[in-house]
Design a protein around this ligand. Structure first.
Ligand SMILES: O=C(O)[C@H]1O[C@H](OP(=O)(O)OP(=O)(O)OC[C@H]2O[C@@H](n3ccc(=O)[nH]c3=O)[C@H](O)[C@@H]2O)[C@H](O)[C@@H](O)[C@H]1O
Length: 431
């Protein structure tokens, strides 16, 4: 019985066959070997292509870091609609930080009187972004569109100016907070300096150039002891990096006014408070802690002197902002070239009646009907200043600015809002 081998490879004239089979086998092996090599090569090429493509997309997404969430016909349409002016001689305003405390209130006020408003906000998580989203919904309901993006994104800002010929920019986007600057100094440089310059570059190149009104801060007075603080007082002794970046902003805007003819108004806000405020600020966090039965820390100055602030109610600040936009005067440059001198102004927007922090707490206790658990400590070296007090005569004269809400009344409105927004369930307020 032929073996299996013989069957497959018979002996006569099988040599040839055998040879042929061998040859075929060799060819097959060679062919198989070359196929598998080819296969390996193909695999290698596929892997190479895949890694190249993913590297490209990484590079691409890196370069488009800021732009991922904007663009498109629908997006542009929303911007155009939002910017539409509905009153004669109205303005179209780009509001930066529109989902922020002051930004949202100013946007609503402008829209209400028929101005066009487009917001921009990066919705960062310095404090609870859900509050920013809630402000955004409020604005959306009034027909105001907020672009989700960063003022450091030059392409985005340029695009916004391409779509709308903004007459004014209300620049309120910033890294706020005095004490947080010790924790995260770079975020102040990123927003308050780099972001400001990016925005001013776009304003400088816009044709026509918009008039710029922006938020400086009472903190620029730093260790100034002359009271009340006037715009002409010295501002070269900042006590915090926050203050230093705001002071730098004043110098930077001055150069854009000087070289490019941008109309600039800087507003030194004095501890603004009110409904939809900032949870990081004392009046807000005290309210939360008092309601939750948690202790509050009250800083005390040198020689046991109470700290005091010229607390200013949001509605008064909004009037000051709108008054500044209305009186800003035109920029003179176009396409980056100055054609003549343009206004450069700085105003205090305060309340002119400082109140101590312990008094603030007493008012809150009264409105909340809950006793605070006080933890009084000496003011740490954290950038705080002992007091602020605004002289507002310049703003009064030039803007018709006249604050009308005292701290008692303003805090009552704040507490009412707080309890409505977070609920009356004191201990369980979630934020
Ligand atoms: O006018 C401004 O330009 C700035 O105003 C605001 O700064 P401030 O005046 O420091 O407000 P805020 O933090 O509410 O502290 C108020 C008081 O409470 C004291 N304070 C604070 C916290 C605490 O736990 N305990 C305490 O005693 C504290 O020592 C202080 O005496 C803005 O945050 C800032 O972004 C900027 O806009």
């Amino acid at each position: 019985m032929p073996s299996l081998e013989e069957e497959l490879f018979p002996s006569t004239p099988g040599k040839f066959k055998i040879d042929r089979a061998h040859t075929m086998n060799r060819q097959f092996n060679r062919c198989f070997a070359s196929t598998s090599t080819m296969f390996l090569w193909a695999l290698f090429l596929i892997a190479l292509t895949a890694s190249y493509l993913s590297f490209q997309s990484f590079v691409d997404s890196g370069s488009r870091y800021f732009t991922a969430s904007w663009g498109g016909i629908q997006w542009e349409k929303q911007i155009r609609n939002s910017a539409q002016i509905h009153r004669s001689k109205g303005m179209s305003v780009l509001v930066t930080g529109a989902a922020g405390f002051v930004g949202s209130h100013v946007s609503l006020a402008l829209k209400k009187r028929g101005d066009g408003v487009v917001g921009i906000d990066n919705f960062n998580n310095y404090y609870d972004p859900s509050l920013k989203k809630a402000r955004k919904s409020l604005l959306n309901n009034q027909g105001i569109f907020i672009v989700e993006g960063d003022i450091n994104d030059a392409r985005l800002i340029a695009k916004l100016f391409d779509i709308v010929g903004f007459t004014h920019v209300m620049h309120l986007a910033a890294q706020a907070g005095v004490r947080y600057a010790m924790e995260n100094p770079h975020s102040y440089v990123h927003s308050n300096i780099a972001g400001l310059v990016t925005l001013l570059e776009a304003c400088k190149l816009a044709n026509p150039q918009p008039s710029v009104v922006w938020a400086s801060s009472s903190s620029v007075y730093g260790l100034n002891e002359k009271v009340p603080f006037s715009e002409s007082d010295r501002t070269d002794q900042p006590a915090s990096l926050y203050a230093a970046t705001k002071k730098a902003g004043e110098e930077i805007t001055h150069t854009y006014n000087h070289i490019y003819g941008l109309s600039v108004t800087g507003l030194r806000f004095f501890t603004v408070y009110g409904p939809f405020g900032r949870p990081d600020m004392a009046y807000f966090s005290f309210t939360r802690n008092i309601l939750q039965g948690k202790p509050i820390t009250i800083y005390r100055g040198k020689n046991r002197v109470d700290l005091a602030r010229d607390f200013t109610y949001i509605d008064d600040i909004v009037k000051g902002c709108v008054g500044s936009l209305d009186t800003s005067g035109k920029s003179t440059g176009s396409g980056g070239k100055k054609r003549g001198p343009a206004p450069y102004r700085i105003f205090n927007l305060g309340n002119t009646s400082p109140v101590t922090v312990p008094t603030l707490v007493k008012i809150l206790e009264r409105h909340l009907r809950v006793k605070a658990k006080r933890n009084i400590v000496d003011m740490p070296g954290n950038g705080d200043v002992p007091f602020t007090h605004a002289n507002i005569s310049l703003a009064q004269r030039e803007l018709g600015y006249k604050p009308t809400t005292d701290l008692e009344t303003g805090l009552k409105k704040f507490v009412k809002w707080y309890l409505t927004y977070y609920g009356y369930n004191r201990g369980k307020a979630v934020h």
